[in-house]
Design a protein around this ligand. Structure first.
Ligand code: CP
Ligand code: NVA
Length: 302
């Protein structure tokens, strides 16, 4: 049984297959052609944090694949009343075919997966957001072809998105230029990297953006870290992706953001709403790549 708890759970050949499959699934969707390999399969979605894109993309995607969805949140299930995660996993996985979880610590999703009879997908943890990077790289490939050998500039927090970009760079053979404020650096051991070969750290975000093929950022304060909001607003002032940073990158560089975004904080409106930004396609692609992922985890290569 294959889980998808972090980006490194799949290999480069697996990703090559998934990107090809996602392109086919997207094309069929655009042509109103049915693609229903998961008839009678059920996905349980467990949300311990808020969501718009992850909720809609998994729910709509599963219905389009012919399956159905059960949605659970901390507030309206026994998860919020301290039922052990192991017991929840044993029960839920006897009734559904696939589970997607958005939660806090990575250890929580790992514990769930250890006691699950069915594949478990990480819909975001404090440490990782693999489904988002799957969509981001698919979006890059659609616009620019293979990401191997390219440079991605990460400007901002050393968070779950940054960690997942780093994992992906090691697997798919591209470089990440990371610039974070002091105190918010990426931690190689948390990111689960084998070495530091695939990334380079820059103090100055402008330097990180130099000659990048893709510039990307994320909120200054991730879900679960709200108490640090005011301190982060001070620390991150210089880590706002602006037109100067985009000018430092390659002329055809793309801009991505997993969303939700805060214009005027981590990104200037002129950048996210500008011509180099592909954020809306990036968001839509969550659904196409996750359909390919769910199909793969349940049916393997077709
Ligand atoms: N990018 C992303 O995961 O968005 P949501 O928090 O809305 O699901
Ligand atoms: N880093 C953000 C991503 C939101 C999709 C968070 O964890 O809140």
């Amino acid at each position: 049984m294959q889980h998808y708890l972090q980006f490194s759970d799949l290999t480069a050949p697996d990703y090559a297959y998934l990107f090809e499959r996602a392109a086919l699934i997207k094309k069929k969707f655009k042509n109103y052609e049915k693609h229903q390999p998961l008839v009678d399969r059920t996905l349980a979605m467990i949300f311990e944090k808020a969501s718009t894109r992850t909720r809609v993309s998994f729910e709509a995607g599963m219905y389009q694949l012919g399956g159905s969805v059960v949605n659970l949140t901390t507030g309206d299930s026994q998860l919020g009343r301290a039922e052990p995660i192991e017991d929840s996993a044993k029960v839920i996985s006897r009734m559904v075919d696939l589970v997607m979880i958005r939660t806090f610590e990575q250890t929580k999703i790992e514990r769930f997966a250890q006691h699950s009879r069915v594949p478990v997908i990480n819909g975001l943890t404090n440490e990782f957001h693999p489904c988002q990077i799957l969509a981001d790289i698919f979006t890059f490939i659609e616009h620019r072809g293979s990401i191997a050998g390219k440079t991605v500039a990460w400007v901002g927090d050393g968070n779950n998105m940054a960690n997942t970009w780093l994992q992906a760079s090691e697997i798919l053979g591209f470089k990440v230029h990371v610039s974070t404020p002091t105190g918010y650096e990426v931690d190689q051991s948390i990111a689960g990297l084998r070495s530091s070969d695939s990334y380079q750290v820059f103090q100055d975000p402008m330097q990180a953006c130099a000659d990048a093929d893709l510039v990307t950022t994320d909120v200054w304060t991730s879900m679960g870290f709200e108490a640090e909001n005011e301190a982060r607003k001070v620390a991150f002032t210089d880590w706002c992706v602006d037109l100067d940073m985009m000018r430092a990158a390659k002329p055809d560089a793309l801009f991505m953001h997993c969303l939700p975004a805060h214009r005027g904080e981590e990104v200037q409106a002129e950048v996210i709403d500008g011509l180099q930004s592909v954020v809306w396609e990036e968001a839509e692609n969550r659904m196409h790549v996750q359909k390919a992922l769910m199909e793969y985890l349940l049916l393997g290569r077709l």
